[in-house]
Design a protein around this ligand. Sequence first.
Ligand SMILES: [Zn+2]
Length: 117
Amino acid sequence: MAKYSNKINKIRTFALSLIFVGFIVMYLGIFFRSSALLMTIFMLLGILFIIASTVVYFWIGMLSTKTVQVICPNCGKHTKVLGKVDMCMYCNEPLTLDRSLEGKEFDEKYNKKSRPQ
Ligand SMILES: [Zn+2]
């Protein structure tokens, strides 16, 4: 059941893990105090990861404007749907915006069939 999850949540988890990786890399730099060059490289790498995560967070902001807010029929909470099919953020109920896909088994492939861009 945990195979699919809400896309926005997935990207958010990715951005958060980038921050953690950034801090870990910077922390590792402390072990190379003896070499100023190595320490600088680690610090810069860490900063790069944190910048990347900021970019991802910015991307989430952009994506959020394209999402459709729906009320989940399963748990009754407001959730965001990105693309044709997505999962509820709270209970992972598969949701679709396409009537023709209603009742069909959930498949992320439906998102790739027709892209409006
Ligand atoms: Zn739900």
